[in-house]
Design a protein around this ligand. Structure first.
Ligand code: DSN
Length: 406
């Protein structure tokens, strides 16, 4: 490794070790994931699928991919899994490609209500290739409005309904979506990128019995390598696999597929369930304490690993808060709240997630401390000495929770 890159990696280790990470989509990959990702499997070209490759020398990587498939199917109790997508976006691209034609109509959750770019945003391939009709959360409850979805499905007769979110703190009623999809003879596609770990640990309802397709990333709550997967009913397996390779990808990343297999193994352990339970306990504890301190939580609370805070009554924007907290060593992202009137680069809210801090060992008392630090920083936003003092305190606190023991 060049000295420059090696030095930058050391700096990133130090940054991660010395700051509190509340980004809901991030986590710390365990050492066995890093080992697999950093292995010689990166050397191998293996276009195709096990037993049907376009290259020689694939006998070992075939076994790796078959093992990943076996463990993935066991973990999610699904009929079919494709472990090759390079990312969540690639996975979603392949799902659409497998079953739709350009211009087909899809219902997708509006990004500003917590959806994802690949669920039909106009600047994304999804919104450019397909005719997306957005659905929203109810302005009153800030929870999914299933009536609106039903009305839109009736009106537009979509070929597919896509659900799943990157900033939505409530359980999604997959059975209700299935009923709507069935009544309207449309495919149901659920993106579980954020909640895959909770589903694997059986502490969140699973869409797998209901959905035609389920996509996910593997690096968020699932705590594996950066990458994607797609689960499907057996009926869709062949066209789905063809949509991944050769439809939209070339050579699979065999080192990452190996790490996905390790992540599935990790997630099948009893410790993983305990971890996910703690993730949700920490999230609920933080949301409640913010409420006690007069912060408005979007939808009134959380059922999962994240929640959104509406900062308007504190007279500070999401972006200002993100910057302020980062100066003290607390890392999170500003986030639009439903029906936000400020631009997405400014926002009226912040998103808080607990997967990463829970991995490093934070329990309820620790996250309560973090809530109070955030509140104090917001109250003392113009006092740079206070921010500097807290930065030192947070740095020392982080040392008690090492991420990588070696
Ligand atoms: N960027 C991810 C997130 O932060 O939720 C979604 O892809």
């Amino acid at each position: 490794m060049t000295n420059i890159v090696s030095e930058l990696i050391k700096q990133e280790v130090e940054r991660e070790e010395s700051t509190i990470n509340l980004i809901a989509s991030e986590n710390y990959a365990p050492q066995n994931i890093l080992d697999a990702t950093g292995s010689v499997l990166t050397n191998k070209y293996a276009e195709g699928y096990p037993g049907k490759r376009y290259y020689g020398g694939c006998e070992i990587v075939d076994k790796v991919e078959l093992y990943a498939i076996e463990q993935g199917r066991k973990l999610f109790s699904c009929e079919h899994i494709n472990v090759q997508p390079h990312s969540g976006s690639s996975a979603n691209f392949a799902v659409y490609l497998s079953s739709l034609k350009p211009g087909d109509t899809i219902l997708g959750m509006d990004l500003s209500c917590g959806g994802h770019l690949t669920h039909g945003h106009k600047v994304n391939f999804s919104g450019k290739i397909y005719n997306f009709i957005p659905y929203h959360v109810s302005p009153e409850t800030e929870q999914l409005d299933y009536n609106e979805i039903e009305i839109l499905a009736n009106q537009h007769q979509p070929k597919m309904i896509v659900a799943g979110a990157s900033a939505y703190s409530r359980f999604i009623d997959f059975e209700k979506l299935y009923d709507i999809a069935k009544r309207n003879n449309t495919l149901l596609f659920i993106d579980i990128a954020h909640i895959a770990g909770l589903i694997a640990a059986e502490i969140h309802p699973s869409p797998i019995p209901y959905a035609d397709f389920v996509s996910s990333t593997t690096h968020k709550t699932l705590r594996g390598p950066r990458g994607g997967i797609i689960l499907s009913k057996l009926d869709h397996a062949q066209k789905l696999d063809r949509a991944v390779m050769p439809g939209s990808q070339g050579g699979p990343l065999m080192h990452v597929i190996a790490a996905k297999a390790v992540a599935f193994d990790n997630a099948l352990s009893p410790e993983f369930k305990t971890y996910q339970e703690q993730v949700v306990k920490n999230s609920k504890t933080m949301a409640q304490e913010f409420k006690n301190l007069n912060y408005r939580i979007v939808s009134g609370g959380t059922d999962n690993h994240l929640f959104l805070i509406d900062l308007r009554n504190k007279e500070i924007s999401g972006k200002e808060t993100e910057k302020l907290l980062e100066q003290a060593g607390i890392v999170l992202n500003c986030n639009s709240i439903p029906f936000d009137t400020t631009p997405p680069t400014v926002t009226s809210g912040i998103r808080i997630g607990t997967p990463a801090v829970t991995t490093r060992g934070f329990k309820e008392s620790n996250v309560l401390q973090v809530v109070h630090w955030i509140d104090e920083l917001i109250k003392n936003r113009n006092n740079t000495d206070f921010t500097k003092k807290l930065k030192v305190e947070i740095h020392d606190f982080c040392k008690k929770f090492p991420i990588y023991k070696n």
